[in-house]
Ligand binder design. Structure first.
Ligand code: CA
Length: 412
């Protein structure tokens, strides 16, 4: 594991910050003049990369002045590495660059952050074994919990890119068709079992036009964000057969505003859990392609204090994003710059490690008690859900910031 890379930005050297010089995550912020542009978080600041490029202190073909990272991602991995090296040299303690670079720092507090990239397409997977076992046990019993294909391929469905929003965006409780097991006919009304799914999102930074290997897929992933796949369980239960989730997952998917690059995550690579059945050759990982990222979920009722309702780790995933991406291309499916892949819900082995309220409350049978004494089976109007995550280094962390959303009452 590498050590903290010290910066002349003092707040970046704190063991508590998500954004030391080791991280350099990429986001889009609204500058004082009202224009959106690319920036990187460093300690308590954002470095204005668009202004640095305008001042000819960086040169990436004007891509850093865009309101998204797609154009930069399209430049390819040599340019990804060159920017990371340039920024490291600019912000390094003792580099003699402070006087030139410091005017381009903007305080991070209160800064408005936008979607960090244009989501070309969005695919969501079902690749966490503890989650699949929990959900399968609830719906089909422990004997048939895992579908027969589960240990052989990462199950996924094509989601809606248009529904992906950045942290801080409110989410409106959806209406839909609801039919309980004892109802004769469906009715139309607000979802009563609205939920979260704690996931990581992988962002494809290079296009592909045919099948690619797991190793090629790993190299094509630019970076990662936290991802909350808001899910209406009651709508899903009635609509999902035989083609999978549709409206239950189309209300909103929230992502964190900072893309943490694969380069920053490099020291934290780890292998997927032991295989229970051998995989077909095309899905075998040639090396460790998962990451050790500690994750948590906080729930705060309107006006109340937050309770951490789940703690887990990304390394619990049975399939890595690289395996998912490789599998996605087996059909010849073209992938674009800005394709977003949801990992699937990340649960761990214990009750406190479950990544959805469906699992935490065991389908509503075992409601959670919050710090203020309230109970929850599913999300109530006014609740704010916040995902957080970081990889822990020796005396520093590489963090993702927050992925937050508040549920507003259904309209009408
Ligand atoms: Ca999901």
């Amino acid at each position: 594991m590498t050590d903290l890379i010290r910066s002349w930005v003092d707040s970046a050297n704190s063991s508590e910050t998500d954004f030391p010089l080791n991280n350099l995550p990429y986001g889009v912020f609204v500058a004082a003049d009202g224009t959106p542009r690319c920036g990187t978080a460093i300690g308590d600041f954002v470095l204005d990369l668009a202004a640095l490029e305008k001042a000819a202190l960086l040169d990436f073909g004007g891509t850093l002045g865009r309101a998204g990272w797609n154009a930069f991602m399209a430049l390819g991995s040599a340019e990804w590495m060159r920017l990371r090296q340039s920024l490291t040299e600019m912000l390094l303690e003792g580099a003699g660059t402070q006087a030139v670079v410091e005017p381009y720092l903007v305080p991070r507090e209160g800064l408005r952050l936008l979607m960090p990239f244009d989501v070309s397409e969005y695919t969501d997977f079902y690749a966490g074994k503890h989650h699949a076992m929990n959900v399968g046990t609830m719906f089909r019993g422990p004997e048939n919990a895992l579908p027969p294909n589960w240990l052989h391929l990462p199950i996924g469905y094509n989601g809606r890119a248009s529904s992906v929003v950045v942290s801080g965006t409110d989410v409106i409780r959806p209406h839909g068709q609801l039919k309980g097991p004892n109802d004769d006919a469906p009715r139309f009304g607000p979802s009563q079992r609205f939920d979260i799914e704690l996931e990581m999102g992988a962002i494809v930074g290079q296009p592909s036009t045919g099948p690619i290997s797991v190793a090629e897929a790993f190299d094509n992933i630019f970076g990662y964000v936290l991802l909350n796949d808001w899910s209406a369980r009651d709508i899903q239960a009635w609509e999902y057969q035989p083609l999978g989730p549709f409206q239950a997952k189309a209300t909103a998917t929230t992502i964190s505003p900072w893309i943490v690059t694969a380069a920053a995550m490099e020291p934290f690579r780890t292998t997927t859990p032991a295989r229970e059945k051998p995989l077909l050759d095309y899905l075998v990982e040639p090396g460790p392609m998962l990451y050790d990222i500690a994750l948590e979920v906080g729930l705060a009722p309107a006006g109340g204090t937050e309770t951490i309702i789940s703690r887990t780790n990304y390394k619990e995933m049975y399939y890595s994003s690289a395996q998912q991406l490789a599998h996605h291309t087996t059909s010849g499916c073209p992938m674009r710059v800005g394709d977003l892949l949801g990992s699937g819900t990340i649960s761990g082995p214990e009750r406190g490690n479950r990544g959805s309220l469906l699992e935490l409350s065991w389908g509503g049978k075992e409601p959670l008690t919050l710090a203020g004494g309230e109970t929850r089976s599913f999300i109530e109007d006014g609740d704010t859900l916040t995902l957080r995550g970081h990889a822990q280094g020796d005396g520093y962390r590489v963090g993702f910031g927050e992925c937050k959303g508040t549920l507003l009452p259904a309209r009408g």
